[in-house]
Design a protein around this ligand. Structure first.
Ligand code: SF4
Ligand code: FES
Length: 362
């Protein structure tokens, strides 16, 4: 059998070889690094996803070796297959960067800026995208689109106002669950995710809709408002499960498991889908074999204070202060009449709370 000819593609001046049928986005991911276009709707493990959000737009400066003409319009890299000799520009093309800024501006037109109260904050693709491409002000002068709250079942909270219509959750329902009970209703700016009519989404793999949602439109009711992701420590864990691979991230704080999710790769995509039993019913440490701390991308706020293999510089302050903790740098007793001067803050385990100052005899 003759070997399949590989296609040569150059993206932002870096050349690689890929199999025919590979998309520009997949080729860019093979190269890796900053030249990879962002993707808000494409999801490699969901068939037919992509082509909805336009965040992955790139410029094809040369169509192929056989036909070197450029493609006149920017193309969606997640849906455009590579040709042999193709030359693509992403971060090296000003037109692409401006178009991406425009796409983000459009995505934010109707998206509420409620990150401080949104459970997705810290792991939201749109939040990350806004930091990279968003403006510090909005030109939108109209009232944002809003929807009445809708209960779509016992496990998943729908915040339709935050939805960016990426369709990923509908592909999960189509491809992983026995029956799809929700979909996109209506058209244009009235389009919305909904169940028809007010059915409850509750089948074995439906929880994966939460993991694929790039924003906070679908969140886990068992985790809602319980914690911020950056306060939790993600651990790799597994268990024997008859329905799924049982490989998960446990989001822990101390010995408490706050949330169970599928494991995401460097592109934020889950490969081993998990069942609802693992996700919602196994919240005890004893349910799991813990493998160790999950490796999180350094750019993520979740990795804050959880770098592994990093040598921290020696902290000289306690030594300089004769063993006293730095929190005593300012003696709060000198400036506040509320606190009890008999309490030695250095001797308290953890931060002081109102309980610390409760009078024994009151
Ligand atoms: S609810 Fe989330 S996953 Fe579903 S279409 Fe909206 S943004 Fe996408
Ligand atoms: S990721 Fe390509 S259009 Fe959305």
């Amino acid at each position: 059998m003759s070997e399949q000819k590989l296609f040569k593609v150059t993206i932002d001046n870096i050349t690689t070889e890929v199999e025919p049928g590979t998309t520009i986005l997949q080729a860019a991911r093979k190269i890796g690094g900053d030249i990879v276009p962002p993707a808000m709707c494409y999801y490699s493990t969901l068939k037919d996803s992509g082509g909805k959000c336009r965040t992955c737009l790139v410029k094809v400066a040369q169509g192929s070796a056989a036909d070197p003409r450029p493609v006149p319009k920017l193309v969606a890299s997640c849906r455009t297959a590579v040709m042999d000799g193709m030359v693509v520009e992403n971060i090296t093309n000003q037109q692409v960067l401006e178009a991406r800024d425009g796409v983000v501006e459009f995505l934010l037109i109707n998206h509420p800026l409620d990150c401080p109260v949104c459970d997705q904050a810290g792991e939201c693709n749109l939040q990350d995208l806004s930091y990279g491409h968003g403006d510090d002000k909005s030109r939108f002068e109209f009232v944002k689109r809003t929807f009445e709250p809708e209960n779509i079942g016992p496990h998943i909270q729908l915040h339709m106002n935050r939805c960016i219509m990426c369709y990923r959750c509908t592909y999960v329902a189509d491809q992983l669950t026995e029956e799809r009970l929700h979909g996109v209703l209506d058209r244009g700016d009235r389009s919305r995710i909904s169940t028809y009519i007010s059915k409850a989404i509750d089948n074995d793999f439906s929880g994966n809709m939460i993991d694929v949602c790039p924003v906070g439109a679908l969140t886990d009711k068992t985790f809602r408002f319980k914690n911020r992701v950056w306060f939790t420590r993600p651990m790799d864990a597994h268990r024997e499960c008859s329905k799924c691979a049982g490989k998960v991230h446990l989001w822990m704080r101390g010995d408490e498991v706050f949330r169970v999710t599928g494991r995401k790769d460097q592109w934020g995509e889950v490969h081993d889908w998990i069942c609802n039993e693992c996700r919602y019913d196994k919240k005890k440490v004893s349910d799991w074999v813990i493998e160790g701390p999950a490796k999180m991308s350094r750019h993520s706020v979740i990795s804050v204070n959880k770098y592994y293999g990093l040598k921290k510089p020696k902290d000289f302050l306690p030594e300089v202060m004769g063993g006293r903790d730095p929190k005593m740098l300012m003696n709060i007793h000198d400036v506040s009449g509320v606190n009890d001067p008999d309490i030695d803050l250095s001797a308290i385990n953890g931060p002081a709370t109102s309980k610390t100052f409760e009078k024994k005899d009151s």
